[in-house]
Design a binder for this molecule. Structure first.
Ligand SMILES: CC(C)(COP(=O)(O)OP(=O)(O)OC[C@H]1O[C@@H](n2cnc3c(N)ncnc32)[C@H](O)[C@@H]1OP(=O)(O)O)[C@@H](O)C(=O)NCCC(=O)NCCS
Length: 331
């Protein structure tokens, strides 16, 4: 309370903008030096952009060049920062609430100069405190953190996601894939009904993510293709520019045939380019497809959940349609 009162007084005297939302650092879990020297508030767009373009780049996460805007739009008050009292950003954590039943956590980074002092833990606990309302919480944990998330916060690992990367080669793959007749129509962004896409995406992702998706498909240097059958969408993918090469994300398809058809179309457009895909190991057809594409694993994360078993089951009901996740940070 003290912090908010102080800020209100400063605000009145010098007319500065009061941070949009402050979360109180939970005193039960932290040392008094953290409580007195730092505060947590929502990140503004330019601060979030810095987390994506500078911080996640330094971690080697190969961020998309334009993804900060759709990410931010997914849940504008979900991106939290821990700041020093002179308003320097020290740590970030996103908690994207898709609806009342599902929240995904990501972008968990602490400034390297402040690590191993309990800052990360303080931010996680402060954010979790706000979220503990019976909804399902998801996270993709890097291997080093899985034990921590389990022990400290009660997340349970469910399956691995493998990052596959490599150069897309048009000719080899065309030879490998196709003898089957083409039953699907492949269409581009210009012929697509965006509302139909939002519905199809929700049927696979298990939650509507309209705000995010509208911005995601409009990113500069991105390329969308969808497969349709009897005028209905049965698969789609978006290739977008990353710091290093491109990523195919998301890549959803009703079955392997649809996935292969979409792949061939992407291959002809991006032949010779480095491509990255984050694939759930539980979709064996997707893993096999990536291997046939000549991609290889470079990185592993574990999908972890905390919440009611019923919601966990629902969440991954359509995992067999996930040929690549949209992002490791937002689910
Ligand atoms: C993961 C990450 C966010 C953790 O942040 P952090 O501030 O270093 O985390 P904490 O300090 O709260 O905890 C880490 C360790 O610091 C030590 N620590 C905690 N409080 C401490 C304190 N007051 N004094 C000294 N050491 C302390 C503990 O050893 C703790 O390890 P433990 O969990 O085995 O007890 C940070 O390491 C990071 O940014 N990593 C790179 C990005 C990344 O991998 N993010 C996770 C993606 S899933």
């Amino acid at each position: 309370m003290y912090l908010l009162t102080m800020l209100s007084l400063i605000n009145k005297r010098v007319g500065i903008e009061l941070p949009s939302k402050l979360l109180y650092i939970n005193q039960k879990h932290i040392s008094s030096s953290i409580e007195n020297n730092f505060f947590v508030r929502n990140l503004k767009l330019f601060e979030f952009e810095k987390v994506i373009t500078e911080w996640s780049k330094k971690e080697g996460w190969n961020p998309g060049l334009y993804e900060y805007l759709p990410f931010y739009n997914a849940c504008q008050d979900g991106h939290k920062g821990l700041f020093s009292n002179d308003n320097r950003l020290i740590a970030s954590l996103s908690a994207v609430r898709y609806d009342k039943e599902f929240v995904f956590l990501g972008m968990y980074i602490v400034d390297p100069n402040y690590r191993e002092q309990g800052i990360g833990n303080t931010l996680v606990r402060t954010v979790l405190e706000e979220l503990e309302d019976g909804s399902l919480l998801g996270i993709n944990g890097v291997t080093q953190q899985v034990g921590n998330y389990q022990r400290k916060y009660g997340f349970v690992p469910y399956y691995n996601n493998f990052r596959f990367s490599g150069v897309f080669r048009d000719q080899t793959c065309k030879n490998l894939f196709f003898r089957s007749e083409k039953k699907f129509k492949i269409i581009g962004r210009e012929s697509l009904d965006i509302n139909q896409l939002i519905d199809y995406d929700a049927s696979v992702f298990s939650h509507v993510r309209e705000g995010f998706l509208r911005k995601w498909v409009e990113m500069p240097e991105s390329y969308l293709l969808a497969a349709t059958e009897k005028e209905k969408i049965c698969g789609y993918g978006v290739v977008s520019k990353s710091l290093n090469g491109y990523k195919l994300a998301p890549f959803f398809a009703k079955n392997e045939e649809v996935a292969k058809n979409l792949c061939v179309s992407f291959l002809s457009k991006f032949s010779g380019e480095i491509m990255q895909m984050d694939i759930p190991e539980t979709n064996q057809s997707a893993v096999a497809l990536a291997i046939r594409l000549g991609l290889f694993t470079t990185f592993k994360t574990e999908r972890m959940y905390k919440g009611p078993e019923r919601l966990i089951k629902q969440q991954d009901e359509q995992i067999n349609q996930v040929y690549a996740h949209t992002t490791l940070e937002l689910g």
